[in-house]
Design a protein around this ligand. Structure first.
Ligand SMILES: Cc1cc2nc3c(=O)[nH]c(=O)nc-3n(C[C@H](O)[C@H](O)[C@H](O)COP(=O)(O)O)c2cc1C
Ligand code: SF4
Length: 364
């Protein structure tokens, strides 16, 4: 069986966030004799799993990359944040490393490709197919290139070594295979856990030693994900359908318990301000819309009233789907979920001073 057939049987989907079929991407890579970029940036807030793959499974990662490029090791580049331990480990292993600026949108795949081909680490404003290529503005040929997440590439080697049936022993029929989750924030023992889709989120939190007392909410999926109440998290499965019930997804596999010593409205202010500041400044709705959302949220946290709330909701309504990349969609989804989950707390603010701590240190 070819690796593409094995991946089809295994049903592996990308572990970088979008959960697209890896078999389709690898087939296209083979058909186009494409180069490969292994995305090991861990750009999402709270994400650490790809660093873990590089640290603990480097030989298998390299083997997975070899399978995608039909044995051509010289065709593989590893993308990692500049100055990170991941970049250091990859460099010391003698691998080709692309130094990616440690900015949120720089690890989006078209930003990586732009950087790889001598441009800025900003998402390309044109939607592209998943194998890129063609010619640059000076007419120079750009080799067809596919971008896969580091965990995905590691899973490719596992499917080859252990077979598709082994892979399907984990997870569910529609979301098969083992997957990594970074569990962090206000838990006793933050760490990386390997589970199958469908495991209760409560079990993941238990594996991380349990939540600290009075955690106000959980950030699931990072800045491109959603907030959940602790009760919701305790009764929800870690799966696509489980998260879809709240408008979220398993994304890049992150669960982060918010700091119980800080007002959660302030925590969200920090996160949305960070997200707005990370816009690559190329698309109007993202460049102007996200700072406006951040400003409305901060106002709401300071002085909650109906007018500010209405303005925030209006602003949230006009941004999604209008950027070249998914960054603004992710941030607006996150803020929408924060409004839902923290509305009772917003009402408490209307009634009087915040009952929770108000220290102002940043969370990321
Ligand atoms: C703003 C933004 C940041 C992203 N950061 C990462 C990242 O750090 N690592 C990653 O693997 N994918 C990241 N992605 C997803 C990639 O664009 C891409 O879908 C992924 O690397 C493809 O790999 P996969 O098919 O194996 O999931 C990001 C996407 C967006 C919109
Ligand atoms: S949507 Fe935002 S982050 Fe994405 S390309 Fe446009 S300006 Fe840049």
């Amino acid at each position: 069986m070819t690796i593409v057939e094995e991946l089809e049987r295994a049903g592996l989907t990308g572990r970088g966030g979008a959960a697209f079929s890896t078999a389709i991407k690898v087939r296209a890579a083979h058909d186009n004799d494409a180069d490969l970029v292994v995305n090991a940036c861990d750009g999402e807030v709270g994400a650490r799993k790809d660093a873990w793959v590089v640290e603990h499974h480097l030989a298998e990662l390299v083997e997975g990359a070899r399978l995608v490029t039909s044995g051509r090791r010289d065709r593989v580049t590893y993308a990692a944040h500049r100055g990170s331990r991941t970049a250091d480990l990859l460099t010391r292993a003698g691998l080709e490393v692309l130094d990616v600026p440690a900015r949120y949108v720089s690890s989006e795949e078209t930003a990586i490709l732009s950087l790889l081909h001598g441009g800025l680490a900003k998402p390309m404003t044109k939607r592209l197919p998943f194998v890129y290529g063609g010619r640059d503005s000076l007419g120079k040929r750009i080799a067809p290139t596919v971008v896969l997440n580091a965990e995905t590439v590691w899973r490719v080697s596992q499917v080859r070594r252990n077979g598709p049936d082994w892979f399907r022993r984990f997870g569910t029929d529609t979301e098969p295979g083992p997957r990594l989750v970074s569990v962090g924030g206000a838990v006793a023992h933050p760490g990386i856990f390997e589970v199958g889709s469908g495991v209760p989120i409560r079990d993941l939190l238990d594996a991380a030693g349990g939540l600290e007392p009075r955690v106000p909410a959980l950030l699931v999926g990072g800045l491109g994900g959603v907030l959940l109440t602790t009760d919701e998290a305790a009764t929800t499965a870690w799966s696509g359908p489980g998260m879809a019930a709240y408008g979220g997804s398993m994304g890049a596999g992150v669960i982060e318990a918010l700091d119980p010593t800080r007002c959660p409205l302030d925590v969200v202010t920090d996160l949305v301000t960070y997200g707005a500041g990370e816009s690559a400044g190329q698309c109007g709705p993202c460049m102007f819309g996200l700072p406006a959302v951040a400003e409305s949220w901060a106002e709401l946290a300071r002085d909650p009233n109906q007018q500010t709330l209405d303005r925030l909701q209006d602003r949230l309504g006009v941004i999604p789907g209008r950027g070249a990349c998914h960054h603004p969609d992710g941030v607006t989804r996150f803020v929408g979920s924060a409004l839902r989950v923290l509305m009772p707390h917003i009402h408490e603010h209307v009634a009087g001073p915040c009952p929770l701590g108000r220290s102002r240190h940043a969370v990321h």
